[in-house]
Design a binder for this molecule. Structure first.
Ligand code: 5CA
Length: 445
């Protein structure tokens, strides 16, 4: 992309309404625009990152054997009356009527809809296990929408639902989700710690939230610092292997890590004092096992091996896809702007032309642009007639992890400069070597 043709409405001033750094930087970098409280338009660069995050979620869901699908945002109240949640959900649910006076609502989550699809089409235990998911816009009329995309009213969420014959099978689905979520967040450059949590309006006994530690997080968390040493890495997990998934689950959830809702001061005191930590965290996902709560209320049964109908065991699993942008920025920025992890960066590298209009510099930038594009990567080329300082400031603000700087002086010696946004370190090399280095970096992402 050439900056001169892009729509990147960066702001010079700090927007007064933004209280936390991720909100401030998303507005300043021209990623989002508020339309009303907790509701945002996603401008091209913000949308690009949203899509990258979404794609990682899709890839990791596919790896775990889950089926992507899509359910409507506007749903009939009747389904929700069956589960009893039409009344129970309260003011957070956005309700409306169609022209015939029928009660409708904007989906805050989709347990009812998926259970209805399941009961219409699945009749036998032989069709189990089954996990389907969607990435879809949700609406919750939050009392206090704030912090930009972190607590929106309209937000983008991955919600998945598993159907299993027995509790044991459903617990494997739970563990499988935990494993796949660990991998998903790590690919985004995040450490998200599974913590025992409270199930709220979704219901059920077993639930973990995934928290990214950050001062601006809305949740208070208590944990054994040993959990921050755990990394998933590139383990090759067979998602059908019950014992393997259970082992990962145990490894990542045995040490003390809880949100304030489930915090137990007595148990926490057993953690060695130097490892006892209290901090704040951003909830980027949650997994639930709720057994037969919805299948019993909505008569979602299958014929069991003995021919008798049995209600299926279910769980649901969410990832806050739009919230993740905020969480990633909270975890990865400095005073100049965003620092995107390679896995989610909107453009793979920036190209800064220090002397736009200089034949040699222009030609070198064009050549770099072509070579990087030919690798299947996307550069963002700042080809505007602007001062170098302004160009650097914009690149630092929008946070592309790598920048290639091209100027007449360097070109005289046959070199350009490759700079890491994270470390600030620059290295001079030939344009070919810079392209090679970029190729090597992204071969791992
Ligand atoms: N049905 C279940 C699992 S699919 C469910 O709705 N879970 S949830 O309520 O925990 O939401 C899933 C994730 O969506 C949360 O972990 C959080 O990351 C994100 N989320 C929830 N509310 C908001 C909000 N108001 N703004 C942005 N993201 C949100």
């Amino acid at each position: 992309m050439r900056m001169s043709r892009y729509f990147l409405p960066v702001l010079k001033e700090n927007p007064a309404e933004a209280q936390i750094v991720s909100h401030r930087l998303m507005l300043r970098a021209g990623m989002i625009k508020q339309s009303s409280a907790g509701i945002y338009s996603w401008l091209p660069m913000g949308f690009k990152v949203l899509r990258k995050i979404e794609n990682i979620v899709h890839e990791e869901q596919a790896r775990a054997g889950h089926h992507a699908m899509q359910m409507p945002t506007i749903q009939s109240a009747d389904l929700w009356r069956e589960s009893g949640r039409y009344d129970a959900y309260g003011d957070e649910m956005l309700r409306m009527k169609d022209r015939h006076g029928r009660d409708m609502l904007f989906t805050p989550t989709a347990e009812e809809m998926i259970t209805d699809i399941f009961r219409a089409h699945v009749g036998s235990y032989k069709d189990l296990p089954l996990t389907m998911y969607q990435i879809q816009w949700k609406f919750r009329d939050e009392v206090r929408p704030r912090f930009g995309v972190m607590r929106g009213r309209e937000f983008y969420m991955k919600d998945g639902y598993n159907f299993d014959l027995t509790k044991e099978d459903a617990l494997h689905a739970y563990n499988r989700h935990l494993v796949s979520y660990l991998r998903t967040y790590e690919r985004m450059g995040l450490q998200a710690i599974p913590m025992r949590a409270d199930s709220g309006p979704i219901g059920g006994d077993d639930t973990h939230e995934f928290l990214v530690l950050a001062e601006t997080g809305e949740s208070e968390v208590f944990y054994d610092s040993a959990v921050t040493d755990l990394t998933f890495g590139d383990r090759d997990i067979d998602y059908d292997n019950v014992a393997q998934c259970a082992a990962v689950m145990e490894e990542f959830t045995t040490k003390y890590a809880r949100t304030d809702e489930t915090h137990d001061a007595g148990l926490f005191a057993e953690v060695p004092e130097e490892r006892r930590k209290t901090a704040r965290g951003i909830e980027v996902g949650q997994i639930f096992y709720f057994g037969t709560k919805y299948s019993e209320a909505m008569k979602a049964t299958v014929q069991g091996p003995d021919g008798k109908p049995v209600p299926v065991h279910m769980g649901s699993h969410g990832i806050g896809v739009s919230r993740l942008l905020g969480a990633i920025i909270e975890a990865s920025h400095d005073d100049k702007g965003i620092i995107w992890p390679e896995g989610v960066t909107p453009y793979h590298c920036g190209i800064v032309n220090l002397k736009q209009g200089d034949d040699e510099a222009d030609a070198a930038c064009d050549a770099l642009y072509k070579s990087i594009t030919a690798l299947g990567l996307e550069p963002l080329y700042d080809d505007r007639k602007e001062r170098a300082g302004g160009k650097f400031a914009t690149m630092d603000l929008i946070g592309l992890p790598w920048r290639i700087t091209v100027g007449p002086r360097g070109l005289k010696n046959g070199v350009v400069e490759l700079t890491s946004r994270r470390t600030g370190e620059s290295e001079e090399m030939t344009p070919e070597a810079a392209v090679q280095k970029i190729a090597e970096i992204y071969a791992q992402h």
